[in-house]
Design a protein around this ligand. Structure first.
Ligand code: COA
Length: 151
């Protein structure tokens, strides 16, 4: 498996991006301003992540997703480690990520690789998304913010 930046004029894998974020509008916005990376295996795109510069020295991992058939095989971990390494190499000091209060697996993944919880954006999902989102039997309402500093 190879992780690389999306080629110029190559379409971002919308099907994968939508797994992490149901808002097409938000996806289009951060694809315009950020950089998209893909995991490719046998000419097939099986994973994606997007890095968006936010404040000085800070980059946000705004989307990370693995094709459903490939989940649970360590690809998400490899994408996350690649995002951490790339942001470090590019000179960023901090990498941030946000996830839903109901995203138990994602909260586990980020914390396993050094992210600490820095804050909560209450009702982020109720305000920005239509309809109720449920995951692991939990109503997804609040955004949990996490960050990892490169030392
Ligand atoms: N409790 C403890 N650890 C858990 C867990 C749980 N409930 N769920 C997952 N994990 C851990 C795994 O054990 C693994 O840890 P390890 O690296 O120590 O082995 C790690 O999280 C990730 O496993 P991996 O197989 O690399 O993940 P993946 O390839 O399935 O990718 C996602 C993870 C989140 C990218 C993938 O599930 C996905 O695309 N989900 C849909 C999109 C999404 O929600 N994106 C994130 C938006 S915030």
């Amino acid at each position: 498996m190879d992780i690389r930046e999306l080629y110029m004029n190559e379409e971002a894998p919308l099907d994968l991006l939508l797994l992490a974020d149901p808002s097409r509008k938000l996806i289009d916005e951060y694809l315009n301003r950020g950089k998209c990376f893909v995991a490719e295996n046998n000419h097939k795109l099986i994973g994606v992540y997007v890095l968006l510069p936010t404040r000085p020295a800070t980059v946000e991992l705004v989307n990370i997703a693995v094709a459903e058939s490939e989940q649970g095989k360590g690809i998400g971990k490899q994408l996350l480690l690649d995002a951490i390494q790339r942001s470090k190499t590019k000179g960023y000091q901090t990498i941030e990520v946000g996830t839903g209060n109901s995203s138990i697996g994602q909260l586990a993944l980020y914390q396993k690789y050094g992210f600490r919880i820095t804050g909560i954006d209450p009702d982020f999902f109720t305000r920005h998304y239509d309809g109720k989102i449920f995951e692991n039997g939990i109503w997804c309402r609040d955004m949990i913010r996490l960050s990892r500093d490169h030392f």
